[in-house]
Design a protein around this ligand. Structure first.
Ligand code: BT5
Length: 272
């Protein structure tokens, strides 16, 4: 697949598309940041309102969970963080990663309908990770001050963008569909999908999104192993629960709830 010359995002078009929206009414745009999540958190601490978005063309220290890095080559992809100020207990905030993942999958599905979610926060197409979500909370006792939802989507990248160890696991939306992806159109879509999913989450909780999340999951009915810092669980996935936990049935027929950990499918391949 060939690439157009690297071109900056048409940020004015994106701003126009979202000017009156809850998610993206204000969009701060940078060439280079360490991490859009870090900058969005600084803006939130300084009073940025809910729905403020930070986008960078590249990140020098893009982050995944648990100190992992997010590969962020310039001009091809989307690195976006949004300030959320949900009136929810801090313990419910991790569900926002699932909400943002579902919204990202909704947007990806418009280009690649075979998108799949892998609990907790991966978005896959053809069994390759095309997007990841990182939510970070700032709370004061039982009050959530803000949550930053960071969304990284490989839109126009090629395998050359990835280090060797990711080349059979990561991919881009353009690789999946065989055509370049309009970054403004995608960014506008992901913000509008997030706005819809977030509103439903605030009104009715994750329970209202659970069946759609499960319908997109590549883990339903699969035999998996979960490594959860020291503890290892095996079982067949029955789905994500109303509180966002992953539910398994183990070999003894017991239901096991997983709230964190790395999932490996052990019955062969993942549906992509
Ligand atoms: C994630 O973490 O998947 C969350 C990634 C969130 C990135 C966004 S970009 C905007 C915002 N600003 C940030 O600094 N972060 C957010 P995790 O589940 O821990 O997965 C990280 C793992 O995914 C790495 O250890 C690699 O194996 C793999 N990986 C790294 N970069 C990748 C990429 N560009 N595409 C696919 N996989 C990647």
């Amino acid at each position: 697949m060939t690439h157009a010359a690297p071109a900056p995002l048409s940020i004015d078009d994106l701003r126009r598309a979202r000017a009156a929206a809850r998610c993206g009414h204000t969009i701060e745009y940078f060439d280079t940041l360490e991490s859009t999540n870090t900058t969005a958190a600084a803006h939130a601490r300084a009073g940025a309102s809910e729905g403020t978005v930070v986008i960078a063309e590249t990140q020098t220290r893009g982050r995944g969970r648990l100190g992992r890095a997010w590969v962020s080559p310039p001009f091809r992809n989307l690195y976006l963080s949004i300030v959320l100020r949900p009136a929810i207990p801090p313990g419910d905030a991790p569900r926002l990663a699932l909400v943002a993942g579902l919204a990202t999958a909704d947007a990806v599905a418009e280009w690649a309908p075979r998108v799949a979610l892998k609990w907790p926060n991966d978005v896959l197409v053809d069994n390759r990770k095309v997007a990841g979500i990182l939510t970070e909370m700032d709370a004061d006792g039982d009050h959530v001050r803000f949550v930053i939802a960071g969304i990284g989507v490989n839109l126009n990248g090629t395998l050359d963008d990835f280090p060797a160890e990711l080349r059979d696991k990561a991919g881009s939306l353009a690789m999946a569909v065989g055509a370049p992806i309009d970054r403004v159109a995608f960014a506008a879509r992901v913000l509008s999908c997030l706005e819809a999913r977030y509103a439903r989450f605030l009104a009715h909780g994750f329970a209202a999104l659970r069946s759609e999340w499960n319908a997109r999951s590549c883990l339903q009915g699969r035999q998996v192993q979960i490594d959860d810092g020291g503890q290892r669980h095996r079982g067949i996935v029955s789905g994500v629960a109303d509180d966002g936990a992953l539910c398994l049935r183990d070999a003894a027929g017991h239901d096991v709830r997983i709230v964190a950990g790395e999932v490996t499918v052990v019955d062969g391949y993942q549906r992509g």
